[in-house]
Write a protein that binds this ligand. Structure first.
Ligand code: ZN
Ligand code: ZN
Length: 308
């Protein structure tokens, strides 16, 4: 089969490789991309393992054995570690990662597979992976009515949509007018300045944005840090709000099996319009170039169709 194989930083080659080996073989119909794929291409990633490596972690397709339409989750929690036993599999210490969606086929443990609701396209189903991370991030927040999302990328827009569905007053802060327009189309307000709020989600993944998000929280407020910064990054936080104002600062990482099913249901019901976040469809050969192109304008995910 053909697969996009990473051989080193910025070195991806489409190659003929043996079929992957694992519990269930899935024929990939759509794999969507996100900022993590750009990072993996540019300088590797802690979960990639040694080169040559496969990537692509938002994957939907058809089970080779039963023909069932499935989303392939990018991980399976171990179920045994301390966070797993405490009911927090999102921060499992020993997850099995399931990467390699940018290929004609992917092998996955049965526990990584989720049935796709009838009527939901493969590209929309693939987006259940990032949407599940947003479902998870909301559980890390509070029930405050006045909420801001810093960053109008695909994650910021998904967070905003979930908060709108939950009946909150949502402001999306982004300097790109195109992304502000996307946020407004999802029912949020949009601005290029953050202001002060009771609940702030950071969805940029940059130390300066983390600091800005914490500074935007009102006394007694909550900040949820969703965007990942490179390992080893440090941020400088004013101790005043953390102590005197009791501002809660929390991380949000990954998702649980139930959150993926919730995301699939939201996409299947049309509550989250995945088409508004879908960009061009590309084949494996076009993937590297498309990922290396600078991202400007609207926030949209590439849809990789390995049969092209
Ligand atoms: Zn992703
Ligand atoms: Zn675990």
């Amino acid at each position: 089969m053909r697969a996009a194989v990473l051989h080193g930083p910025d070195d991806v080659r489409v190659e003929e490789v043996p079929d992957p080996v694992g519990e269930v073989l899935v024929e990939v119909r759509a794999a969507t991309t996100c900022g993590t794929d750009r990072k993996m291409l540019r300088h590797g990633h802690r979960i990639l393992g040694a080169y040559p490596a496969r990537f692509g972690h938002e994957t939907a397709g058809v089970r080779a054995d039963t023909g069932e339409r499935v989303l392939v989750s990018d991980s399976v929690a171990c179920g045994k570690c301390r966070p797993c036993r405490a009911g927090r599999p999102a921060i499992c210490r020993a997850p099995t990662w399931v990467l390699g969606g940018f290929a004609e086929r992917i092998a996955a443990p049965d526990a990584a597979l989720h049935a796709i609701p009838d009527g939901l396209d493969f590209a929309g189903a693939a987006m259940a992976e990032p949407l599940a991370a947003c479902v998870h991030a909301l559980t890390r927040g509070s029930d405050a009515a006045d909420v801001a999302v810093l960053g109008g990328g695909t994650i910021g827009l998904m967070l905003a949509r979930l908060l709108v569905l939950d009946g909150r007053e949502v402001l999306v802060c982004d300097r790109h007018g195109e992304r502000r327009a996307q946020a407004e189309a999802m029912g949020a307000r949009a601005a290029d300045a953050l202001g002060e709020h009771d609940l702030v989600f950071e969805a940029v993944g940059h130390p300066a944005a983390w600091e800005q998000a914490v500074a935007a929280a009102r006394a007694g407020g909550t900040v949820v840090l969703v965007g990942g910064c490179p390992a080893g990054t440090t941020v400088a936080l004013d101790t005043g709000p953390l102590h005197y104002d009791e501002v809660d600062v929390r991380g949000a990482f990954h998702h649980t099996r139930a959150e993926i099913d919730r995301a699939l249901a939201l996409l299947g019901a049309g509550d989250v319009d995945w088409r508004a976040l879908a960009g061009p469809v590309v084949g494996l050969a076009e993937l590297a170039g498309a990922l290396q192109r600078p991202t400007t304008g609207e926030a949209r995910k590439l849809v990789v169709d390995p049969s092209r």
